[in-house]
Ligand binder design. Structure first.
Ligand SMILES: [Zn+2]
Length: 415
């Protein structure tokens, strides 16, 4: 947490550094997305306040007290989490898109990926003729052998890389801007490793979409920043970078993909002006927009709790399906524990048999959920992939009803 020199009560903007941030929504004390083995371990579980703030200078929405990524990413789950099938498909499409944007000359296809995770995108790019290199603190050599430097990327690592490698024609960072502790140092490093006419491509979840569909459950400690194009342009411009193309993609319930280069290196496309016009109309630079969002979130909490209590009033049993990180925020913010929800199902063997973070619901297997002792209702926590999840549970033999938590809490009416 950055504190002002004048007062300890002031949080300063992670982008502007000297501008105070205004808190607009408190989601309470929230744990990390780590599943305690048993009740004894659960007793020593740590929580941190999850409060959202807004900077009126750069429009960045951010956590008031970000927790260091070195603390959050120290657990076993983040190393072994892997990627979903849908996300792997998305990375292949992204690789096709990047291949189409880049000069076909093999001498101009050097790419560095910051936060290369398990190497899926690196391999897909290598297959498309790129000379690839990944940097990731939890990474290792990818399944197809693409090289990865196991480090937190920043200006020092960038300088070291440049003693062994030539600058990249393309630098890619997907879902990195939301959680890195020192974004300015990452951007300094980026400027060191990119050719003067190079292209930087980043993907982050898209704040206006989160606001529109009330995705407050997408706020968790791993995400210390939430971006609009307006906020991204501001921070990139601080480092002499300019956004020249932008796309909105479906990933993670709505993401923004920006293409940037050094100031003046690329012609700025109409997509940038158009999206800025849209964002201006949505008043993203106005604090009132966020106060109104917070009021909708508080109202949702009341209505969601009310729906569950009403459904349980005739003795019906309610469970939850799947344990994405967003379920941690939702259940803890709405204070829904064993008195309201019997258990949560999961397919990952790393979570089955453990306790759900914070509210400590038992985590059971999906087979058990769909077995003879089925609950009457299940809450679909991954509601952004509603159809995929509900049909999977039907195929497994679940006969009860589905509850959709957001944006409007409701029992799903099926065709
Ligand atoms: Zn700011």
């Amino acid at each position: 947490m950055r504190k002002s020199a004048v007062s300890d009560d002031v949080t300063l903007c992670q982008t502007c550094r000297n501008v105070p941030v205004t808190e607009f929504l408190s989601l309470g004390a929230q744990p990390a997305c780590e599943f305690p083995e048993d009740h004894e371990v659960a007793e020593s579980e740590r929580t941190w306040p999850l409060d959202l703030g807004f900077c009126s200078q750069c429009s960045l929405v951010q956590l008031m007290e970000p927790v260091s990524e070195r603390i959050l990413f120290s657990g076993e789950y983040h190393h072994l989490a892997g990627l979903t099938k849908g996300f792997r498909e998305h990375l292949k499409t992204l690789a096709d898109e990047l291949a189409a944007q880049q000069d076909p000359d093999p001498r101009c296809r050097r790419v560095i990926e910051i936060g290369s995770n398990d190497g899926s995108l690196l391999d897909a790019l290598a297959e498309r003729g790129f000379d690839v290199l990944g940097v990731d603190p939890c990474g290792s050599v990818s399944p197809n052998g693409s090289p990865v430097v196991t480090e937190y990327f920043g200006s020092k690592v960038a300088q070291r890389l440049m003693s062994d490698h030539r600058p990249a024609n393309m630098v890619v960072a997907t879902n990195v801007f939301a959680h890195v502790t020192n974004l300015h140092d990452v951007l300094d490093g980026l400027c060191t490793i990119m050719e003067p006419d190079g292209m930087f491509v980043s993907e982050s979840h898209y704040l206006p979409e989160l606001l529109r569909s009330l995705q407050y459950d997408f706020a968790y400690h791993e995400h210390s920043r939430y971006y609009s194009l307006t906020a991204l342009q501001y921070v990139l411009e601080m480092h002499g970078l300019e956004v020249f193309h932008v796309e909105i993609v479906d990933t993670h319930g709505g993401s923004i993909r920006v293409y940037a280069g050094f100031q003046g290196a690329h012609e700025v496309r109409e997509s940038v002006t158009e999206l800025r016009r849209e964002e201006d109309a949505q008043k993203l630079t106005d604090e009132a927009t966020y106060r109104e969002f917070a009021a909708r979130v508080k109202d949702h909490r009341v209505r969601f709790r009310h729906l569950l209590k009403e459904l349980a009033s005739d003795g019906s049993r309610i469970a939850g399906a799947s344990c994405p990180a967003r379920a941690v925020t939702l259940l803890n913010y709405c204070s829904l524990g064993p008195a309201d929800i019997d258990f949560v199902s999961e397919i990952s063997p790393l979570k089955i048999g453990r306790l759900f973070p914070g509210v400590h619901l038992p985590v059971i297997s999906q087979e058990e959920l769909c077995g003879p002792e089925q609950p009457d209702y299940v809450v679909l926590f991954s509601w952004h992939i509603l159809e995929e999840l509900s049909s999977r549970l039907r195929e497994e033999g679940f006969r009860g009803k589905f509850i959709v938590p957001l944006p409007e809490p409701r029992v799903l009416t099926e065709a």
